[in-house]
Design a protein around this ligand. Sequence first.
Ligand code: CO
Length: 209
Amino acid sequence: MDSLKQVLEANRAWSERMRAGDPGFFERLVQAQRPELLWIGCSDSRLPPDQIVGRLPGEIFVHRNVGNVVVHTDLNCLSVLQYGIEVLQVKHVIVCGHYGCGGVRAAASPEPLGLIDNWLRHVRDVHVAHRAELEAIADPVARENRLCELNVVAQVANVCHTTIVQDAWRRGQPLAVHAWIYDLADGLVRDLGLSIESAAQISQEYRVG
Ligand code: CO
């Protein structure tokens, strides 16, 4: 484990490398950020969004929490969505989960972890909602992986059910919400093939306005 001194030295070296490669890089970023992507991902240290998709600072607006959960009363996540969509005018919202997610595993287990069990209740609800499909999968790793995918799909729906996203669509703002999942084993992101770009694609019960 690096000491904090080493961490700060690494930052200095990174800053120098960036300046050497592009002398105007930081000066441009000071002016404004114009990210086209809004990333909602897990807090897990093994999937830093910018690095795994080869983006530079300024290219992805990010919200992370344990289990990449989108809760319709979470002021933190909603604020990121609202600012990203209405002010920064991002074109894509990506919910990216990952296989081997400790939060998802905990949500499917009876073992208590503490306060976080309350947060992970949202993932447990996904588990309960898809109990039949999940119980039909014999291999425990495959079953957990499927829950990781179903959680991403559920959170994409939660993004689309917000008034923020639906207001954007009503204004005619181009905005697509995507379901991706990252595999820790090979460093690859898989597109789960779900892209929602209009209110017509969401359940009637959740349409507002
Ligand atoms: Co995780």
